[in-house]
Design a protein around this ligand. Structure first.
Ligand SMILES: O=C(O)CCC(=O)C(=O)O
Length: 206
């Protein structure tokens, strides 16, 4: 859809991302339009605490980030994002993939928190037209959509200039992959090319 593509590639968003990541180039990494239907039980519409980096083990850079863009006002009752302040700077980063496993009352599970740290959660209400940027290592979730209407939000995942493919091995010794690897061309070394302009277009350059 051309309108969606225009939002995903909106140069000002990529420029802000470039400034936040202190990089000279921002390329698209992946994008998703996430819809949470209204009128469902809270557990059915919340997203569990996770870091995006847990899903991007194939990325060599830790400086990827997400622009999260709700398509309507999105407050505490409509399923906005909550983040743990400063968690991207924690000495240990959670790699647990709990996106689809919301945690009851929304408390941060202790096993995700380094010893001695007291997590400070911020819920971030956004008005239509506002955007939340979050670092790939920040612990975040979405609160439930308690409203009657569907909550629709675009998650635009962005890579900094340095990011390249790296092999992603799981603890069980098997290779893991992200769907974006299946879409792009290969480098001369036979690896997924995270600079393929057809899949990972440059959205901003300094
Ligand atoms: O839209 C959501 O509910 C969650 C989005 C999210 O966690 C993300 O984009 O990383």
């Amino acid at each position: 859809m051309r309108a969606i593509r225009d939002v995903v590639g909106y140069p000002l968003l990529a420029a802000v991302a470039g400034s936040l990541a202190s990089t000279t180039e921002i390329r698209l990494f992946h994008d998703r339009l996430i819809e949470k239907r209204g009128g469902l039980a809270p557990q059915a519409t919340a997203t569990g605490w996770h870091t995006d980096t847990a899903y991007w083990g194939n990325a060599s850079s830790t400086e990827l980030l997400t622009a999260w863009i709700p398509l309507a006002d999105c407050g505490l009752a409509e399923g906005t994002l909550a983040v743990v302040d400063g968690s991207h700077r924690w000495p240990t980063i959670s790699l647990q993939r709990r996106f689809l496993t919301p945690d009851g009352e929304g408390r941060v599970p202790l096993e995700l928190v380094p010893p001695g740290v007291n997590p400070h959660v911020r819920v971030l209400p956004v008005a239509r037209g506002q955007v939340i940027f979050h670092h790939s290592r920040v612990l975040h979730r979405s609160v439930p959509n308690l409203g009657a209407k569907a909550r629709k939000a675009l998650a635009v995942h962005l890579q900094d200039r340095t990011n390249r493919y790296r092999q992603w091995m799981q603890d069980n010794g098997r290779r893991a992959a992200h769907s974006n690897e299946l879409l792009c061309r290969s480098t001369p070394h036979g690896e997924p090319d995270f600079c393929d302009p057809a899949v990972f277009p440059i959205l901003w350059r300094a």
